[in-house]
Design a protein around this ligand. Structure first.
Ligand SMILES: *[C@@H]1O[C@H](CO)[C@@H](O)[C@H](O)[C@H]1NC(C)=O
Ligand SMILES: *[C@@H]1O[C@H](CO)[C@@H](O)[C@H](O)[C@H]1NC(C)=O
Ligand SMILES: *[C@@H]1O[C@H](CO)[C@@H](O)[C@H](O)[C@H]1NC(C)=O
Length: 448
């Protein structure tokens, strides 16, 4: 009940901010995009409205970011991966007791066949190999689900990726390449998207109930945004939303201070910039992720590389680049990126004995869509906004948001303001008066 009223309050706040900030947004966004060009492409709605108080797309003295740059506005050639993208690539601490490790997509698909939503089998139900995905890439009339041939529920090795622990000396994941997609955003801006694939997402528990929101196949990613070869912003995915930071303020690898450090949460693999407990939905920490300094994965030691170009009329054009092993993309993986279906089983029906319902949702939900569905032509660094974020803001943080709980290595959130207050009921009342952290959240939005 309380949760509902709190959500309502946040909605009202959002609306107020939305209305108040529209003129500001217009002003800021107008400066950041080339309207002439967008309008000439017939795409005025391609302009995303920006943050309420700060612009994440406008940088003093720097030219605008362009989702559909002309060739003359680009700095990279098709298929080119500049060295700075590798030099400033993120490293990822997996959770120390992570049970669902990264996995190689080429090996993963060998456990699947393709089905339409209604169960109709494609390619005669054949067991897939990675090259088959391109055969599925021109079918749009119906969503396609990669559907496992055997039961995924009893944790076979292809689900857990049990062998796929990064080398403790150099961080290399020998049998599971990461995926790099570089997108030129015009005027010297370049986005480097690093995708991390895991075979399984173990959802969270809520008050001892769960897990819920499990799915087969799990795509996570981060973005490093460069201007003239210098990193400015790092964004990381978490539960359909994510967190953006100024590069300069992130933790860096001790042995290579250029490289920002990410933390992959237990089970869900959501990415954070610090260790500890992280609430995923506002404003209470009912749903939390946990990160720590488990094995360090260095994706730059083993990765596949592509460049992608966007055209509002012709669509997306993906080109093979050279990752850590030349020509592996073309020779071993082929045209899998253009597969636009779901990378895991459809949500199990309620009648399936593996499926469980709880007030927080189903135990098993649909597998995720692949990298090209992640809005790689974005102008704002955030992939998309959460439901409560009406104005579609993307808050690029200056201060790293610390996790809570015993593993936290710092504390700078206003949301923790009342943590030390005792007794419990006084604390709850204070939280309630300040809308369960909602006010703090807004302060955080402005000053974070
Ligand atoms: C915007 O795009 C148009 C058409 O491509 C071009 O003529 C104009 O110079 C651009 N303006 C800026 C500020 O880049
Ligand atoms: C994709 O890029 C390649 C290489 O630049 C080019 O030859 C091809 O025409 C492009 N295709 C589309 C649909 O833009
Ligand atoms: C990848 O490297 C190989 C060998 O060095 C080279 O022949 C090929 O042109 C490169 N491919 C791209 C897309 O740069």
């Amino acid at each position: 009940m309380m949760e509902v009223s709190v959500k309502l309050l946040i909605l009202v706040f959002s609306l107020v901010i939305n209305v108040l900030s529209s003129p500001i947004d217009f002003f800021w966004a107008g400066d950041a995009y080339n309207y002439t060009e967008l309008v000439s492409l017939g795409l005025p709605e391609g302009v995303h409205v920006d943050n309420a108080f700060k612009s994440s797309v406008r940088f003093k003295g720097l030219p605008p970011i362009i989702p559909y740059p002309l060739n003359t506005q680009k700095t990279l050639k098709t298929g080119e991966i500049p060295q700075y993208v590798i030099d400033y690539s993120p490293v990822v601490h997996l959770y120390s007791e992570e049970k669902y490790l990264p996995y190689d997509i080429k090996e993963y698909v060998k456990n699947f066949h393709a089905e339409f939503e209604d169960g109709t089998k494609l390619l005669n139900g054949k067991t897939l190999n990675i090259n088959d995905l391109s055969k599925l890439s021109n079918i749009f009339e119906n969503p396609i689900f990669l559907t496992s041939n055997s039961d995924f529920d009893n944790d076979p090795d292809w689900i857990t990726g049990v062998e796929n622990k990064p080398n403790i000396y150099n961080g290399k994941l020998e049998h599971s390449p990461a995926i790099l997609i570089v997108v030129d955003k015009g005027n010297g801006w370049v986005d480097a998207f690093w995708f991390y694939f895991y075979s399984f997402n173990l959802g969270p528990f809520v008050m001892g109930v769960g897990p819920f929101g499990n799915h087969v196949g799990d795509w996570e990613h981060s973005l490093v945004r460069f201007y003239n070869g210098k990193p400015y912003i790092v964004w990381m995915s978490a539960h359909g939303g994510g967190n953006a930071y100024f590069y300069d303020h992130m933790e860096k690898l001790e042995s290579d201070i250029n490289r920002p450090v990410l933390f992959s949460a237990r089970g869900t693999h959501a990415n954070y910039a610090s260790v500890g407990q992280h609430a995923h939905d506002l404003p209470y920490s009912i749903l939390s992720d946990f990160t720590d300094r488990g094995l360090l994965w260095d994706p730059s030691k083993n990765y596949l590389a592509y460049t992608a170009e966007f055209n509002p009329i012709k669509g997306i054009n993906v080109t093979y680049a050279n990752g850590s092993i030349p020509n592996r993309e073309r020779d071993e993986y082929g045209d899998w990126l253009n597969f636009r279906g779901y990378w895991g089983n459809k949500q199990l029906p309620g009648s399936d004995k593996r499926q469980v319902w709880s007030p927080f949702g189903w135990k098993y939900i649909n597998g995720p869509a692949g990298p090209l569905n992640k809005n790689l032509d974005r102008v704002s660094p955030c992939q998309r906004a959460k439901w409560w974020n009406f104005w579609g803001g993307c808050n690029v943080r200056v201060y790293v948001k610390m996790g809570n709980g015993i593993e936290s290595e710092g504390n700078n959130g206003c949301g923790n303001f009342f943590k030390k207050v005792k007794p419990f009921y006084l604390k709850k009342i204070l939280e309630l008066i300040t809308y369960g952290g909602g006010l703090c959240w807004i302060l955080d939005l402005i000053y974070g």
